[in-house]
Design a binder for this molecule. Sequence first.
Ligand code: ZN
Length: 310
Amino acid sequence: MIYRRTLRREVACTGIGLHSGKPVRLRLLPAPAEHGIRFARTDVGVEIPATLAHIGGQDHATTLTLGGVSIGTVEHLLAALSVLGVDDVRVEVDGPEVPILDGSAAPFVILLHEAGLRPLAVPRVLLKVLEPVEVRHGGKAARLVPADHFEVSYSIGFDHPLLRHQALALRLTPRSFTDAIAPARTFGFLREVEMLRKSGLALGGSLENAVVIGETGVLNNKLRFEDEFVRHKILDAVGDLALLARPLVGRLEATRAGHALHAAVARKLLATPRAWELVAPELAPVVGARARDLESPLESPVPAYSLSTS
Ligand SMILES: [Zn+2]
């Protein structure tokens, strides 16, 4: 992949916001080169660039904020956009949250297949990690280290019999993301869900869009993967790292981390000039490269899963 890409055509879907429980309309529109990924709140007329500088809150999801206006739960969509290679896109929502859909990024992968990709005549510049940077907080840690590709190695451990320890490492490609990461759903503990509800949050949360862990097991019928939890953590991390606004060449090594630590290590990387450089892969002749791009608009197979959203 050499040139920046946008969508070939506009696509849309409707779902509910995880916290508000209210319906939200999501539209993804083609954008010019260097536009980046921007979220537009069409109900209030504010547009927020998806960058680290605009992170507003990171409690249970990542929220972008500008001038007192927020758009929440951006990370699953950001993960799909970044790994499938969408550099420039306008994301419109008519409410304060991106719809949660089934709690994973699979619906967004399907939507992006519907949209297709179109190359733009501007080269894509990558952010390459040159030296390790690390942030720690209690028993939690996130490190970015040099690697030849974008890789994530993640381990989690909770004080719960179902979730003592899960770990997974993989290289993120459109194919590995589509098959192994995108379908992993949001999860939460039943006791936590009850607390969130009491404070007026997670009103849209249900077994349709989250895996809920009770005292003795999951309340849902079955998991999509035996280690669905660590896969979802990788999904969140990929979405949060997309706020670097450049494709990353390096490996994230995370231990019991979360949204705040993902963003903290990304910020630390940018604040450490010797730890990174921008690289533009050598350009092939424009005509040949663009013709090839058009032949294979998405580098991932059409996902095997299907989607039921209204
Ligand atoms: Zn998530």
